[in-house]
Ligand binder design. Structure first.
Ligand SMILES: *[C@@H]1O[C@H](CO)[C@@H](O)[C@H](O)[C@H]1NC(C)=O
Ligand SMILES: *[C@@H]1O[C@H](CO)[C@@H](O)[C@H](O)[C@H]1NC(C)=O
Ligand SMILES: *[C@@H]1O[C@H](CO)[C@@H](O)[C@H](O)[C@H]1NC(C)=O
Ligand SMILES: *[C@@H]1O[C@H](CO)[C@@H](O)[C@H](O)[C@H]1NC(C)=O
Ligand SMILES: *[C@@H]1O[C@H](CO)[C@@H](O)[C@H](O)[C@H]1NC(C)=O
Ligand SMILES: *[C@@H]1O[C@H](CO)[C@@H](O)[C@H](O)[C@H]1NC(C)=O
Ligand SMILES: *[C@@H]1O[C@H](CO)[C@@H](O)[C@H](O)[C@H]1NC(C)=O
Ligand SMILES: *[C@@H]1O[C@H](CO)[C@@H](O)[C@H](O)[C@H]1NC(C)=O
Ligand SMILES: *[C@@H]1O[C@H](CO)[C@@H](O)[C@H](O)[C@H]1NC(C)=O
Ligand SMILES: *[C@@H]1O[C@H](CO)[C@@H](O)[C@H](O)[C@H]1NC(C)=O
Ligand SMILES: *[C@@H]1O[C@H](CO)[C@@H](O)[C@H](O)[C@H]1NC(C)=O
Length: 809
């Protein structure tokens, strides 16, 4: 310490001794170096400078007992005092706090101009962190809590009134620059029912209109830590408040300089702030992330943009949102579709004093109304109107589908659906399948119905298998679900319920009686999956029970409709992850390896362990479904063929499958065996490791296709370059290289050279087993595929050698 600073040190020391108080009085200004400490010692107020800008000084409040200096309030954030003109904070006779620089210029001031008749007013720093100017009888004249900077601490009543623009939170400009940035947070400009973060004047995040919950949001990590967010109304509009039980660690909400609202608490064991919640998340939460009439489905493993019912994407991506599929003809019998657990859209009209029915009428009577929502605010003590009818005239923007614990019903206007006419009696044509005889390669499958009543009740149909066949003689009790139930379960095949589509038709999510979630596959009428494949799939899957095979729960045939009911798998198919730029990074190597092993076990079961030899013939990434735990399930048995125990190979005149996944002997000669599945598995393996599609040659520089690319890198000892860059950190190099090696063994030209699934499962499970050296796969590697045909389907008749390319599956 230099000689010159010695007197300053003495001066500071002396001032601190005489200022160990919690209040400012007219005769007692606050000088640089002084610190006022609240009675319980939680907060302090004083002058400070920040790192990197020591020339500027501010007056602010910080946590007194937290070692990491954290400011909760700053008086003069946009007007710092230059350090060479040290000022003072005075409390005037007219009950105002005034910050002056050394020349006597006012830097910052309150504007109370209040003179007490008798007794003294004072500015007191409370233990809550609130700086309050108190009148002689103790009431507050001014509080710093009413003018937050970028931080809310517990018990601040944060106004949601649009009139209080000056009371918004405003973020710092940078980590060491407390001046006001363009990010702010406060009540919405048009209504105090919602909270918005703005980037300048553009909304950046929005908390949907409050629906009357007593506790707006509650965070509970464990029994020791609970934080509640509540809306309070004390007669002057809604306020937002955060509360924690007495004795909890310090908690604060801060709008940081990047526009994030962080909920933090002090962790005394690590001596640091821990963020335990933050908004917005990078996808769904961002304002209008999916554009007008789009919504973000956050119930998906990876949040996804979708269009509201009756709308379709307006362009290739969601930057333009969605548009109506067909114009609504006003007054011509539209109806409302109930979408549960939704984040209600922005830009509503708030109509006061309406019952639910009046609110419905409000929307149905006006042609431009697109949706409405209703809530009752009764369960809170409000002096304001307790009804909350929101209607939307036009655009629906910033919508999100939550999981079941959040959100509310949104009533969306849709053209009247044919099923809602209750008078229509749906005919159920029962048992087309009745007494039909299915003679397959070597087994008999008899399917007969129990009765042909045209009853609206659910028909139980017994699917009988001929006791003399190899499948054994157990009977399958197998529900034939009525078409009407399916209509109900899928909201008349509403787009909102759609999980996916392809050439075979569409798959919907539905809920059957009893709340069971199912996936309903509706085969399109022109689908190449004819009645033969349909029966094939029904009979086959019904008999198969393996954790890596999708389970069939029922089926339905109605006129031209063919429907299959499967267990619902929440994570869609493997290709939706593998080939999606944003999702692929969430599919880490351990998960991919688990999927590979699961698929191998599922195939092994089909080939060997199910008492039959079943050849899938269409194994590919889009046929691998993933459950909630990312456990793979092989689906789509429409093309599968059953073999007798002894038969190992067959020929067909009808080649069906998908380009790229088909082995050379099958694609060229129509000859297939379990080794054709092995080939497809090898392709799938290479795709899973590389994250590249089999037939996207343009993605792979200088190589005709993925197999050639893999071979070349592996041969030259550069296999690690083949690994998907988004997993190169999470993966075990030994495992991935082994997988590439195994993949190359599976895609060898000669079927006999390819391993059986039993060996593959063994080689995957036992990492030390040496692997044979693969032969170079020549057949396809010297041929170029046409442009991306990965999703195309071929059906080829060997008689006339014509190739038909069918719809994408
Ligand atoms: C503070 O200054 C140092 C050196 O001048 C610089 O390296 C650092 O990035 C600055 N930090 C901030 C947050 O501006
Ligand atoms: C404030 O009031 C005290 C006495 O009440 C008086 O002595 C003092 O001059 C006043 N100060 C100002 C700035 O008016
Ligand atoms: C304060 O109020 C008094 C009268 O109550 C008025 O004369 C004076 O101009 C006011 N001062 C300010 C700064 O507004
Ligand atoms: C306290 O004083 C203020 C201002 O002097 C006055 O408006 C308020 O009514 C008083 N409150 C009570 C409880 O006396
Ligand atoms: C903040 O807003 C102003 C005016 O709208 C603009 O000029 C400025 O570039 C914005 N700053 C940032 C960091 O976006
Ligand atoms: C905020 O808006 C500015 C333009 O006004 C833009 O450049 C910036 O990227 C936006 N920030 C975020 C986080 O969206
Ligand atoms: C503090 O942080 C440590 C390490 O992150 C964590 O284990 C502990 O649970 C935290 N304690 C509290 C009270 O949050
Ligand atoms: C979305 O589509 C528009 C044109 O419709 C295009 O300009 C924009 O770059 C696309 N955005 C992304 C992220 O692909
Ligand atoms: C609410 O509406 C009813 C009629 O629907 C009316 O009698 C009542 O006065 C209204 N209340 C308010 C506060 O406007
Ligand atoms: C429908 O609502 C719009 C927007 O509020 C309004 O301008 C229009 O007059 C209303 N039409 C009818 C028929 O009420
Ligand atoms: C509403 O206020 C009344 C009286 O002030 C009180 O008895 C009641 O418990 C409060 N209800 C709620 C939900 O806070």
């Amino acid at each position: 310490m230099g000689m010159s600073s010695f007197p300053v040190f003495i001066f500071l020391f002396m001032v601190c001794l005489c200022q160990s108080d919690d209040r400012l009085m007219p005769a007692k200004p606050l000088l640089p170096g002084d610190v006022l400490i609240s009675e319980g010692g939680a907060f302090a107020i004083g002058f400070f400078s920040l790192k990197n800008s020591t020339s500027s000084s501010y007056v602010g409040i910080w946590y007194n007992n937290i070692p990491e200096r954290t400011y909760v309030w700053i008086a003069n954030r946009d007007n710092p005092i230059t350090a060479n003109m040290p000022g003072k904070l005075v409390f005037t006779n007219s009950s105002d706090l005034v910050l002056l620089d050394s020349t006597g210029h006012t830097i910052w001031t309150t504007t109370n101009n209040f003179t007490a008749g008798d007794g003294e007013t004072a500015a007191v720093l409370l233990d809550s962190g609130n700086l309050v100017i108190q009148s002689p009888n103790g009431t507050g004249i001014w509080e710093s809590f009413h003018y937050p900077t970028d931080t809310i601490v517990p018990n601040v009543r944060f106004s949601l009134s649009s009139a209080d623009v000056t009371k918004r939170l405003v973020a710092w400009k940078g980590p060491n620059n407390p001046s006001s940035s363009n990010f702010s947070m406060g009540g919405d400009t048009s209504s105090d029912l919602q909270i918005v973060i703005w980037n300048g004047t553009r909304p950046y995040w929005r908390r949907a209109a409050w629906g009357g919950e007593a506790v707006f949001g509650k965070f509970q990590r464990n029994s020791n830590f609970v934080m509640s967010q509540t809306i309070v109304d004390t007669g002057d509009g809604y306020h937002f408040t955060v509360t924690v039980p007495v004795g909890s660690p310090s908690v604060r909400l801060t709008l940081d300089y990047t526009g994030m609202l962080n909920f933090q608490r002090w962790n005394s064991s690590t001596s640091s702030w821990t963020i335990f919640e933050k908004f917005p998340s990078p996808t769904c939460d961002r304002y209008a992330f999916c554009g007008p009439f789009g919504y973000c489905d956050s119930t998906e493993y990876v949040p996804t943009c979708k269009c509201l019912d009756g709308y379709e994407p307006n362009g290739l991506n969601f930057s333009q949102g969605c548009r109506r599929k067909e114009e609504l003809k006003c007054g011509n019998g539209e109806s409302f579709l109930t979408l549960p657990t939704m984040k209600t859209p922005d830009k509503f009209l708030y109509i006061k004093n309406r019952t639910f029915d009046q609110c419905t009428a409000e929307c149905s009577h006006n042609c431009s109304c697109t949706a409405y929502a209703y809530a009752n605010l009764k369960n809170v003590n409000t002096t304001l109107d307790q009804t909350r009818c929101l209607v939307w005239m036009g655009e629906l923007v910033d919508v999100e589908k939550f999981d079941s614990t959040f959100g509310e019903n949104l009533y969306l206007r849709v053209p009247r659906s044919p099923v809602s006419k209750k008078s229509t009696v749906l005919k159920i044509i029962v048992p087309v399948m009745a007494t039909f005889l299915l003679l397959f390669t070597c087994i008999w499958l008899v399917c007969k119905s129990r009765g042909k009543h045209r009853s609206k009740k659910v028909q139980k149909n017994l699917l009988c298998l001929n006791p003399s066949n190899e499948l054994g003689n157990e009977n399958l009790e197998f529900p034939l679900v009525s078409f009407e139930d399916i209509i109900t379960a899928t909201n008349n095949f509403s787009d909102y319920k759609m999980l996916g589509k392809g050439g075979f038709g569409k798959v919907y999510k539905g809920m059957l009686e009893g709340g069971k979630e199912v996936a309903i596959k509706r085969l399109s009428k022109g689908s190449m999956q004819g009645i033969e494949e349909f029966r094939n799939e029904v009979v086959l899957i019904a008999k198969l029970q393996h954790r890596n095979l999708v389970r069939l729960l029922g089926f339905c045939i109605h006129e031209n409709e063919k429907l299959l009911i499967y267990e619902f798998l929440s994570n869609k198919s493997l290709d939706a992850f593998l080939f999606d730029a944003t999702r692929k990074s969430s599919l880490h190597w351990p998960t991919r390896f688990k999927i590979i092993k699961g698929v191998a076990r599922g195939l092994l079961y089909l080939h060997q362990d199910s008492r039959l030899t079943i050849i899938h013939r269409d194994l590919k990434a889009s046929n691998i479904l993933l459950d909630i735990d990312m456990c793979p399930k092989i689906s789509d048995f429409g093309m599968a063929r059953i073999f007798c125990g002894s038969e190992q190979q067959a020929n067909t005149t009808r080649v069906v499958g998908t380009y790229g996944y088909m082995s050379p002997e099958y694609a060229m000669e129509g000859s297939f065996s379990v080794k054709s599945d092995t080939y497809s598995f090898g392709v799938l393996l290479l795709e899973t490791v590389s994250g590249l599609k089999i037939s996207s040659p343009h993605l792979i520089m200088n190589f005709p296709n993925l197999i050639a690319y893999a071979w070349s890198l592996w041969r030259d000892g550069n296999a690690r370059e083949f690994v998907d860059s988004s997993i190169s950190e999470s993966c075990s190099l030994q495992e991935v290289i082994r997988c590439i090696h195994l993949g190359l063994l599976c895609v060898q030209d000669h079927p006999n050279a390819r391993p059986l699934m039993s060996s593959i499962v063994f080689m995957l499970e036992n990492e030390t087993t040496p692997l044979p050296t693969p032969n170079e796969p020549l057949y396809f590697t010297i041929r170029n595929y046409e442009t991306d045909r990965s999703s195309e389907y071929i059906q080829r008749s060997l008689n006339n050698m014509s190739i038909t390319t069918l719809e994408a599956r």
